[in-house]
Ligand binder design. Structure first.
Ligand code: GLN
Length: 384
């Protein structure tokens, strides 16, 4: 079939997301998939039991538009306990169909034509298209490999009258870096007295390594009052396919957010929400995630240490960046595809997260996998 008239694409430069492309290629070549970020192990049995209970209970119809209230209450309690913030569960939290829709809704609800939104590249690939669909402009600040550190003086130079939003992401996907309290202080200085809204993508909040603390904007009242904070249950409970996340924002921002959410998603899978509300009571499950993933990080790093890949620092997330510049001078997309076809291991090329495809010969591996998977993958790529 073909649409009979000429179609003027709203996103002419957007193709299929790299996560779908690489996962499909991995499948086609029967490769170990370390590309798209998702665990290859099952969620906690107690969580599955809660799902079954909810299904057999009376929870099979629409959840409230903003989300199952006990779940929002547990999220508010957690925000208070971990970040010292007082969040109103009724008016300042909305349950979303994952982190990506939460980001999309936040952008759609406040960005207008010609508004500028500052992003840090390598930037998660949904940010810029969401901005551009509103008629806004994505302004890329390119973080430099291998440190991917933010120079706030340079960010300052990107700010002008049209700057409406800054999107931060900590721990950062794909670089694995984290923002520190000094970064938060700089961001606070930079936005003081302005109308700039922040999206703080914190979906990897419980995957921070080496005893470091996750710096949430929620811990900084001056930032929290201008922020949409994004959370994800998929990352924390090994359930990326359930697609449940949330957004926390001050009442007036959340009010705008819900105007969009109600006509897009309306409400999210009720069963999963009831189960997450129960499981959030078990604090140890999210508190032990740091060390759970740190072991995997260390295992994977050790396994490829003697290869010709150069490992970059990994302070958080379940992603490890490596440079392959000693192995090949191919472009990263070509290298990642060839590695999938010939070595049977798929990874994500990092250049796709830059506006102008800045290519530093760096690829991203996901280590949210069983040790055996990581071992087999390491054996295959160590021969490169
Ligand atoms: N967040 C995941 C990643 O970075 C992918 C999510 C998706 O495929 N949309 O790999």
């Amino acid at each position: 079939m073909h649409f009979p008239s000429s179609l003027n694409s709203k996103l002419p430069n957007v193709g299929t997301t790299i996560f779908t492309v690489m996962s499909a290629l991995a499948k086609e070549h029967n490769a170990i998939n370390l590309s798209q970020g998702f665990p290859d192990f099952n969620p906690y049995p107690v969580l599955v039991e809660e799902v079954e209970k909810a299904m057999k209970g009376n929870f099979n119809q629409y959840a409230p538009m903003a989300g199952y209230l006990p779940l929002r209450e547990r999220i508010a309690e957690k925000a208070e306990a971990l970040y010292g913030t007082n969040v109103d569960a009724d008016l300042e939290i909305t349950i979303t169909a994952g982190g990506t829709p939460a980001i999309f809704t936040a952008i759609l609800s406040v960005i207008r034509e010609d508004d500028e939104v500052i992003l840090f590249a390598p930037a998660y690939d949904s940010y810029a298209p969401a901005v551009e669909l509103t008629g806004g402009k994505a302004i890329f600040y390119d973080l430099e490999s291998p440190d991917y550190k933010v120079d706030w003086q340079k960010v300052k130079r990107l700010i002008n009258q049209r700057t409406k939003m800054i999107i931060i992401n900590t721990p950062h996907n794909p670089s694995g870096t984290t923002l520190k309290s000094v970064d938060m202080a700089e961001l606070e200085k930079l936005t003081k007295g302005s109308d700039i809204i922040i999206i703080s993508d914190e979906v990897y909040e419980h995957i921070v390594f080496d005893e470091a603390k996750h710096e949430s904007v929620l811990s900084y009242p001056k930032l929290a009052e201008r922020s949409f904070v994004i959370g994800s249950f998929g990352k924390t409970y090994h359930t990326t396919g359930w697609k449940v996340g949330y957004c926390i924002a001050p009442k007036n921002l959340m009010n705008e957010f819900r105007k969009v959410h109600q006509f897009n998603v309306f409400s999210v899978n009720s069963i999963a929400q009831v189960a997450f509300a129960e499981i959030l009571k078990r604090k140890e499950l999210y508190l032990e995630l740091n060390s759970f993933y740190q072991q995997k990080r260390d295992y994977f790093r050790r396994a490829i240490q003697s290869s010709r890949f150069n490992l970059m620092k990994c302070e958080g997330t379940y992603f490890q960046l490596v440079s392959y510049s000693k192995i090949s001078d191919e472009r990263d997309l070509e290298f990642a595809k060839r590695m999938t076809r010939e070595k049977g291991v798929a990874a994500i090329p990092v250049s796709v997260f830059y506006r102008h495809n800045v290519d530093n010969s760096v690829i991203r591996f996901c280590f949210a996998k069983e040790e055996d998977t990581l071992k087999r993958a390491a054996e295959k790529i160590s021969l490169m």
